[in-house]
Design a protein around this ligand. Structure first.
Ligand SMILES: Cc1cc2nc3c(=O)[nH]c(=O)nc-3n(C[C@H](O)[C@H](O)[C@H](O)COP(=O)(O)OP(=O)(O)OC[C@H]3O[C@@H](n4cnc5c(N)ncnc54)[C@H](O)[C@@H]3O)c2cc1C
Length: 380
């Protein structure tokens, strides 16, 4: 019987499996996808500086940066709101780090993790879908795709959360979708990212290779209308949302949409089972926090597991230690993204002034801006 069975070897589950294997824990991981493929296609992820440090420790970062164009550093972020005053610029030098974050493709990150798992000799069973996890006081049993697997602890990292008795999920539908894609810009991006809050919803422009990746949050009907526009008309609409702040040229590609929900497990643990990554909290993509919070789950859980004697793995005491260690950062990620969406998405005139004042305050008070930037980079 392995010590730990991980359900889902996406970016979070893979990072966790690697860290456990390097720490001498006997681990098996299952994933419904075939090796080298992803179930939901590509997307652009903004990794924080803290995530880079974790990937360096896992010896995945060097592979990722050696692939041409796979990683684009973010040197500054311009934060502003349409139809209101107040803006601020966060910079790497403010935070004392080489870059505020790094834009990578989900597929490139997964490929680097898959290669590292293979080098490490981790038992990853691709093409294996888990249907159910049952637990007794002694072991967790993962069912689906052949023989059940018993382990001292089951880690659910499947992005959505396979049914686990004892883990309740709270779901809030934002009634919005994210339209994502790529757009070329005149004159290059110079490592400058944008977060723009508009009455329709937030828009992120992330420097990615020689173009920008965009994540535009919209009401479903408006998103449908935007997806139906020609590339040129879409680029014009995107440019209009930025006003004079950023000139957006034509050449839009790869437009598609994702529904947006907030979903979180309360609590993320049950008997001999723990949920991490998106299976523990699925966040709105505003401010690009989801994977970063999930990677911190994976890192902390592996640290605790490596530190726990074999007969204590999966015990109530070990899971309580994990919950306590992750409580503040996890709730901060949920509250921060949910709060940003509500404060900036609201059309209430009463909120326009405090919003602008908040941005102006961040801009005018460097220690406050540094504290805010460090929380974005490393979590709470
Ligand atoms: C539009 C958009 C933009 C985003 N931008 C950012 C960003 O800029 N920065 C950021 O940090 N985050 C971002 N995110 C969030 C980020 O994509 C997720 O937080 C991250 O992918 C979570 O990783 P994960 O490994 O937990 O889950 P997933 O990436 O969903 O991986 C889950 C894995 O489990 C496997 N699986 C699923 N079900 C089963 C099963 N039953 N049995 C076995 N295997 C299974 C899947 O094949 C997959 O490999 C964004 C999300 C969206 C939608």
């Amino acid at each position: 019987m392995p010590d730990i069975c991980i359900v889902g070897a996406g970016p979070v589950g893979s990072a966790h499996a690697l860290a456990l294997a390097r720490g001498g824990v006997d681990v098996v991981a299952l994933d419904a996808r075939t090796r080298g493929a992803t179930l939901r296609g590509d997307r652009t992820l903004a990794l924080s500086h803290g995530s880079r440090l974790v990937l360096e420790r896992l010896r995945v970062w060097s592979d990722l940066v050696s692939a041409p164009g796979a990683v684009t550093p973010i040197e500054r972020i311009d934060v502003s709101q349409a139809r209101g005053f107040g803006s601020t610029a966060l910079s790497a030098s403010d935070a004392g780090v080489p870059a505020l974050g790094y834009v990578v493709s989900y597929v490139a990150l997964q490929a680097a993790l898959d290669a590292a798992l293979e080098r490490q000799g981790v038992d990853v069973r691709y093409g294996t879908q888990a249907d159910r996890i049952d637990a007794t006081a002694e072991r967790a049993r993962v069912q689906g795709g052949g023989e059940p697997i018993d382990a001292a602890l089951a880690v659910v990292a499947d992005g959505t959360g396979t049914a686990v008795p004892g883990i309740e999920r709270i779901r809030h539908d934002y009634g919005q979708v994210a339209v994502i894609g790529r757009v070329a810009v005149d004159g290059g991006h110079g490592g400058l990212a944008y977060e723009r809050f508009t009455p329709d919803g937030p828009i992120a422009l992330l420097p990615d290779g020689d173009h920008y990746a965009f994540v535009w949050t919209l009401a479903p009907a408006r998103a449908q209308a935007m997806l139906a526009l020609s590339d040129q008309d879409f680029a014009d609409a995107l440019g209009a949302s930025f006003g004079r702040r950023r000139r957006v040229a034509g050449r839009v590609s790869g437009r598609r949409s994702f529904p947006l929900v907030l979903e979180f497990a309360r609590p993320p643990v049950a008997a001999r089972t723990v949920a991490i990554g998106n299976a523990s909290q699925t966040l709105h993509p505003v401010a690009g926090q989801g994977f970063n919070v999930g990677l911190r789950d994976a890192h902390e859980l592996s640290r605790i597991a490596v530190d726990t004697p074999a007969d204590g793995l999966g015990s109530g005491a070990m899971l309580a230690r994990y919950v306590a260690a992750r409580r503040a950062d996890r709730w901060a990620g949920i509250a921060f993204t949910h709060g940003l969406v509500h404060v900036f998405a609201s059309d209430l005139p009463a909120l326009g002034w405090p919003r602008g004042a908040g941005l102006a305050l961040l801009d005018a008070v460097p220690p406050l801006r540094r504290a805010f930037t460090r929380a974005m980079l490393f979590g709470v």
